[in-house]
Write a protein that binds this ligand. Structure first.
Ligand code: MG
Length: 250
C-alpha cells in the first residue's frame, strides 16, 4: 500500500530530511585521503545524534553503522571500517538517513577524495544530473515510469550502465515503503504519482555495464561486475500539488 502523508507528517519528514542532509554533508567533508571510512561514519553519526535523532541505517537488517560508505567499484552498502583508508582519487559514495519523531529521511552523495580522473568526474556529474532529471519528472499526474525513464535515458546516452537490481523506494514511518522506484522504465507507464507521496529517488550508475554482485565476505557490499567505478546520488522527495519538493535539504 502506498501511504499518502498529511501536511503535518510532511513537516516532520522535512525535519528528518534536513538532519539527514546535514549528516550526509558532514560525511562528505570527512572524505579526505588518509582518513578511514569509519571516520566518515563517525562524522555522520555525530550529526544525527546532535539533533536528538536516530540513524535509520544502524541495526537495519543487522547493518552495523549509521552510514554506508562505498568506494569506487563498490556500488552501495559498504560497511565503514577503521582499517579502510581512503586514497587520493577514490570516489566515495555515502548513504545515510535519520529518524526524527518517527519519520525517516534518506539521502546519498558521491564525492572524490582529492583529485580524481576525468572519467570519474564525468560519472559523478552524469549521475547527479540523473537524479535532477528524475526529480523534475516527479510531478503529480506523472507516473513512476517517467522517473525511471528519465534516469535510464540520460545515463545510457553517456554509455553508462544502470543498476536494476536495487531501486529507490517509498519512505515515511519506515525507511522502505511501497512503491519501488526503479532507475529504469517506460515514460507514461506505472503507478500514477499523487500529492502526499514521499519517495527516495536514488540513481546508481555504473561506468560500464548494469551488472552488480553481493560480496559474500561481508554479506553487504554490492560491487560492479566490471570492477569499474559506480556513483550514487539520492534525495527524499515529496510529491505536492505544486510539484516535487526535496525534503533532504538544509
Ligand atoms: Mg534509499
Amino acid at each position: 500500500m502506498v501511504v499518502l502523508k498529511t501536511s503535518r507528517e510532511l513537516e516532520l519528514m522535512r525535519e528528518a530530511g534536513r538532519i539527514s542532509h546535514l549528516a550526509l554533508m558532514a560525511g562528505v567533508r570527512a572524505v579526505q585521503p588518509g582518513r578511514t571510512t569509519m571516520d566518515v561514519n563517525r562524522a555522520v553519526h555525530d550529526v544525527i545524534l546532535s539533533f536528538g535523532a536516530k540513524p535509520s541505517f544502524l541495526g537495519y537488517g543487522g547493518f552495523p553503522a549509521a552510514a554506508c560508505v562505498s568506494i569506487n567499484e563498490e556500488v552501495i552498502h559498504g560497511i565503514p571500517s577503521k582499517r579502510r583508508r581512503i586514497q587520493e582519487g577514490d570516489i566515495v559514495s555515502i548513504d545515510t538517513g535519520a529518524i526524527y519523531q518517527g519519520f525517516h529521511g534518506d539521502n546519498a552523495f558521491t564525492v572524490a577524495a582529492g583529485q580524481t580522473s576525468a572519467e570519474c568526474e564525468e560519472l559523478m556529474s552524469v549521475t547527479q544530473k540523473c537524479l535532477e532529471l528524475a526529480i523534475a519528472a516527479a510531478q503529480p499526474g506523472n507516473r513512476l515510469g517517467d522517473i525511471g525513464s528519465a534516469v535510464e535515458q540520460y545515463a545510457r546516452s553517456h554509455g553508462y550502465g544502470v543498476v536494476t537490481q536495487f531501486v529507490g523506494h517509498g519512505i515515511g514511518t519506515e525507511m522502505h515503503q511501497e512503491p519501488e522506484v526503479p532507475n529504469y522504465g517506460k515514460a507514461g507507464h506505472g503507478l500514477r504519482l499523487r500529492p502526499g507521496m514521499t519517495l527516495a529517488i536514488e540513481p546508481m550508475i555504473n561506468m560500464k555495464g548494469d551488472g552488480v554482485w553481493e560480496d559474500k565476505k561481508d554479506g553487504w557490499t554490492i560491487r560492479t561486475s566490471s570492477g569499474l567505478p559506480s556513483a550514487h546520488f539520492e534525495n527524499t522527495v515529496a510529491i505536492t500539488e505544486n510539484g516535487p519538493v526535496i525534503l533532504t535539504r538544509p
